[in-house]
Design a protein around this ligand. Structure first.
Ligand code: CP
Length: 307
C-alpha cells in the first residue's frame, strides 16, 4: 500500500486497508521495544512536538517513547508551560512552532476540531492525540491491535463498551473502527450517558450491564469523563458503581476467553474492581505496551515512511 496521508485526524476517515496497514506496520515495530537496545535510526533528523492542552499519562509518553525509539528528536509542550497562559491563541502557538520546522505535531485539546484546524494551516504532519469528546484515533488503533493480538481477529466479535459513552472520544473512535470491520458493538450505560444518535452509528444500546456482557468477546470499560461534566448525568458515583461497575460476576457471564480493556486512566472501585482490572482476562497493560508500537508505526508512515 502507498501511504499518502499528511495527517492522522480521525478514525472515521480511515479505510479498513489503511487501518490494517498501520497494524501490520506496528507489528514490525513491536519487537524493538523488547530488545536490549531499543532504538533504530529510522527517523534520525526528524523532530516531533507533543502539544498537550489536557493532561495525559499514556498518550503523550508513548508518543515520546515511540519517537525516541525511532531516533527522532522530541519536544514536549503542555498548556501550563506554553505562552497560551499569556493569552496566545492556538493558531499563533502552532504557527510559531512550525517556524522551528518540526516534522510532526501531536496535539491534544479540549476543543473538538483543534487538530483539524492545525492540519489546515500547517505543513507539519498533525496527529490527533484526542480532541474533546470527538475522537482519539490512536487509542482506537492500539485497541484494534490488541484485539487482533489477543483474539486472533478483528471481525465478527461481540464487543461491549460500558460507561460514559456521551462524553467519550475513545468510544466514538472505537465505534467507527469496530463497525468498519463488521463487529457487533453494544453500548451500555445509564440512559443519560448514551447519546440519542448513537444507534445511527450501527450499535445496539443496552441499559442493563448483566444483559450486555452475556457472551461478550470483549468488554471495554470507560471512566466517567468528569472534566466534561460526566458526573452531572448520574445521581452518585456509588449508584453508578453498583449498576455499571464491572465485577468478576460480569466477567463470568461473558465468553470464556473474554478480554477486558480500559483506555485508562482507571477509577478503580467505580467502573472496575481491582479483581477484574488485575485479573487474568485483563489486557489493560498490553494496550499500553501496544500503544508504543502503534504510535511508532504512525510516526513512521506520516513522516518517514515509504511505500
Ligand atoms: N488513554 C489515554 O488517552 O490516556 P491518557 O489520558 O493518559 O493519555
Amino acid at each position: 500500500m502507498n501511504w499518502k496521508r499528511k495527517d492522522l485526524l480521525d478514525i472515521r476517515d480511515l479505510s479498513k486497508e489503511e487501518m490494517l496497514f498501520i497494524l501490520d506496520t506496528a507489528e514490525s515495530f513491536k519487537d524493538i521495544s523488547r530488545r536490549e537496545i531499543k532504538k533504530v535510526p529510522t527517523l534520525r533528523g526528524k523532530t516531533v512536538i507533543t502539544l498537550f492542552y489536557e493532561p495525559s499519562t499514556r498518550t503523550r509518553t508513548s508518543f515520546e517513547i515511540a519517537a525516541k525509539r525511532l531516533s527522532a528528536d522530541t519536544i514536549n509542550i503542555s498548556s501550563s508551560t506554553s505562552s497560551s497562559t499569556k493569552g496566545e491563541s492556538l493558531k499563533d502557538t502552532a504557527r510559531n512552532l512550525e517556524s522551528m520546522r518540526p516534522d510532526a505535531i501531536v496535539i491534544r485539546h479540549s476543543m473538538p476540531g483543534a487538530p483539524h484546524m492545525l492540519a489546515g494551516i500547517l505543513d507539519s504532519s498533525i496527529i490527533n492525540g484526542g480532541d474533546g469528546s470527538h475522537e482519539h484515533p490512536t487509542q482506537a488503533l492500539l485497541d484494534l491491535y490488541t484485539m487482533r493480538e489477543k483474539k486472533g481477529r478483528i471481525n465478527g466479535l461481540r464487543i461491549v463498551i460500558v460507561g460514559d459513552i456521551a462524553h467519550s472520544r475513545v468510544a466514538r473512535s472505537n465505534i467507527f473502527s469496530l463497525k468498519n470491520f463488521g463487529n457487533e458493538v453494544i453500548c451500555c450505560g445509564p440512559p443519560t450517558m448514551i447519546p440519542p444518535y448513537i444507534e445511527t452509528l450501527g450499535v445496539r444500546v443496552e441499559y442493563d450491564l448483566k444483559t450486555a456482557v452475556r457472551k461478550a468477546d470483549v468488554i471495554m470499560m470507560l471512566r466517567i469523563q468528569k472534566e466534561r461534566g460526566g458526573t452531572k448525568y448520574i445521581p452518585s458515583t456509588k449508584e453508578y458503581s453498583t449498576l455499571y461497575g464491572l465485577t468478576k460476576r460480569h466477567v463470568d457471564m461473558a465468553a470464556n476467553d473474554v478480554i477486558i480493556m480500559h483506555p485508562g486512566p482507571m477509577n478503580r472501585g467505580i467502573e472496575i474492581t481491582d479483581e477484574v482490572a488485575d485479573g487474568p482476562s485483563s489486557v489493560i497493560l498490553d494496550q499500553v505496551e501496544n500503544g508504543v508500537a502503534v504510535r511508532m508505526a504512525i510516526l513512521y508512515l506520516l513522516i518517514g515512511g515509504e511505500a
